[in-house]
Write a protein that binds this ligand. Structure first.
Ligand SMILES: [Mg+2]
Length: 111
């Protein structure tokens, strides 16, 4: 599925306070961080409970959480007024530029 088409569909289930205002951006950003935490916790439990093996059950659980993350990411893009596909392309352009210049490793936003 195309990310822009997905983002458009999320509007139909975007039932949160302050949509289109700073509070809406805050809400989606907190949701994004929360879902990232849920993913991290599922992965942590692979170490603790599954003897470091990614089981099919965990894969499906992660699939659900990654979907939740996508929803909040799409909503955050919209709250900021950004087109998700443009954000994705900008990121790839940045990374390929860094790779070409031999600075993909290291740290700092302005490499
Ligand atoms: Mg979730």
């Amino acid at each position: 599925m195309d990310m822009n088409a997905y983002a458009e569909q999320t509007r139909k289930t975007a039932l949160y306070p302050g949509r289109g205002e700073t509070i809406g951006l805050l809400y989606t950003t907190l949701g994004l961080a929360g879902e990232a935490g849920e993913i991290a916790n599922k992965v942590k439990k692979i170490i603790r409970d599954d003897n470091m093996e990614l089981t099919e059950k965990k894969r499906q659980e992660l699939k659900g959480e990654l979907g939740d993350l996508f929803w909040y990411l799409a909503r955050t893009c919209e709250e900021v007024g950004l087109n998700p596909s443009e954000v994705m392309q900008m990121n790839l352009d940045k990374l390929f530029d860094r790779k070409e210049r031999g600075v993909i490793q290291g740290s700092g936003d302005d490499r």
